[in-house]
Design a protein around this ligand. Structure first.
Ligand code: NAG
Ligand code: NAG
Ligand code: NAG
Ligand code: NAG
Ligand code: NAG
Length: 437
């Protein structure tokens, strides 16, 4: 039996695209229709081998239906909670078919244990609905959703495109030539005129060195704190939703400039004639510059800005077979956030709040909202969801190779990173609910 059970959604609304403001009677019929389809699906199409997995299509349909019938999202903090066993829950798409980065396509690369796809994030106090691609596309009709940041931003944007592609086909509008890095990538969903983009900008600010040339050492980044990375900043006016996801590169180290003047360093003990700035100041500076840019957008169309928190790595051993070897999430209480992760999270909340104060001081209420997508806790509990050695195709075909690397930072696709987008969807829904009252 294959590891992948796609749950086909044969749910076409009688009145074109379903939105959140479907009238009540239509709603009831929709619910009835979904339930019948779900039952049919269970009766005719489910593998009978596993009792539990029989129910996962039903849960899936209920989750989807929930998004249509509930007009007000729950007042719920999605950042705290626990992972609960839910067979099949995370088996949403085939990563090969939606063209994920090769090193995140764990199943294609030969990873046999797929138990990491049998977990669901249970926030404290409410249920997180499964990602609803049709609802997302309807809500984003005509809009541009941009992800700006490092490879975790790319991991999340690819998850989003894959989740959406299970409902509607996409076109790759642009993909830069470097086949291993994918610095810039753009997709369109013509059915809803939705554009999704990824902009590589691991410091948000303009950076050269390692940030644009992978063969340099990790700390050799030259960052101009006074200038934003051109590629995304030039497109800022066109963006409706901007998800910033940074952190790892600021920790790695860099030399910081203001124009030509060196203003600080991090992780460069050999440079003694300037200030050690750490990572917090450059991070705050970059966010502030970015907000300034987005707030002064030429057409002043409302923007939802989202700061994704830090998703920690899980390197454990120092050999290929011991790097992130875990097969299950951590149990509750088994893994706490470290002070570093707490600090990064605090920075993001503080900067988001400061930006919102500025927006309302400027009387620009509604023009920009800044929120934190707080995924650190749920991510830190998932040491099992990384590619590990399966970042390479059939890594053990010729036995264990000493020189091979393992990825214990990004997540397999499908994988735990899909949950980031489930939360993102709820955050964006909430924004809309607020705006329409
Ligand atoms: C995903 O799709 C590819 C290409 O059609 C196919 O070869 C592969 O078996 C599929 N993977 C799974 C896990 O179903
Ligand atoms: C929502 O939750 C927040 C934080 O727990 C609380 O401060 C706020 O009063 C709640 N709002 C409503 C409408 O319940
Ligand atoms: C990247 O850095 C390496 C090592 O310094 C250098 O040889 C190479 O020319 C650089 N590549 C580009 C495109 O700048
Ligand atoms: C760079 O220097 C200029 C001129 O002194 C100053 O106005 C600006 O705030 C500085 N930028 C940063 C990011 O420190
Ligand atoms: C500081 O040191 C760097 C190299 O370590 C050098 O390139 C730079 O000119 C020095 N700056 C000053 C102001 O001395």
């Amino acid at each position: 039996m294959g590891a992948y059970h796609p749950h086909k959604h044969k749910t076409s609304s009688p009145k074109g695209s379903p939105g959140y403001f479907v009238p009540k009677p239509v709603c009831a019929w929709l619910v009835f229709g979904f339930l019948s389809l779900a039952l049919l699906h269970i009766i005719c199409c489910s593998p009978s081998t596993n009792q539990d997995s029989v129910f996962s299509p039903l849960i899936q349909y209920l989750d989807d239906t929930y998004s249509f019938v509930s007009t007000e999202p729950k007042n719920c903090s999605y950042s705290e909670g626990k992972w609960v066993y839910a067979p099949g829950h995370a088996r949403r798409y085939n990563g090969t078919l939606c063209n994920v980065k090769e090193s995140h396509d764990c199943i294609r690369n030969g990873r046999q244990d797929t138990g990491y796809l049998d977990w669901r994030w249970q926030p404290d106090g409410c249920r997180l609905p499964a990602f609803n691609p049709r609802a997302f596309l309807s809500q984003m009709r005509g809009k541009h959703v941009a992800f700006v940041g490092d490879s975790m931003a790319r991991n999340q944007v690819q998850s989003l495109v894959c989740l959406l592609s299970s409902a509607h086909p996409y076109k790759v509008v642009y993909r830069d030539r470097n086949p291993y890095k994918y610095y810039f990538w753009r997709w369109s969903f013509p059915s809803h005129d939705v554009t999704v983009s990824f902009y590589w900008a691991p410091f948000i600010s303009r950076a050269t060195g390692k940030a644009s040339n992978d063969s340099l050492p990790q700390t050799m980044n030259y960052v101009d704190l006074d200038v934003l990375d051109d590629r995304w900043a030039n497109d800022a006016d066109t963006m409706d939703v901007v998800v910033f996801s940074i952190g790892h590169w600021l920790l790695n180290g860099a030399i910081y400039y203001n124009g030509t003047e060196m203003v600080g360093v991090h992780q460069h003990p050999e440079i003694t004639n300037t200030t050690v700035v750490g990572y917090a100041i450059p991070m705050r500076t970059a966010y502030r510059k970015a907000f300034e840019r987005l707030m002064t957008s030429a057409d002043r169309r409302p923007k939802n800005v989202v700061l994704a928190t830090f998703s920690p790595a899980h390197f454990e051993g120092n050999t290929l077979t011991t790097a992130c070897p875990r097969k299950e999430p951590y149990k509750e209480g088994e893994k706490q956030l470290r002070p570093l992760e707490e600090e990064l999270r605090t920075i993001m909340y503080e900067e988001a709040e400061a930006a919102m104060r500025k927006v309302s001081d400027n009387g620009g209420g509604g023009a920009m909202s800044v929120e934190v997508l707080d995924i650190t806790k749920l991510a830190i509990m998932r040491p099992d969801g990384h590619p590990g050695p399966y970042m390479h195709r059939d890594p053990f075909a010729n036995g264990v190779q000493e020189w091979m690397s393992a990825d214990c930072l990004h997540f397999c696709l499908p994988g735990p990173v899909d949950t980031f987008n489930e939360i993102l969807q709820q955050m964006l829904r909430k924004k809309r609910a607020v705006k329409t009252h």
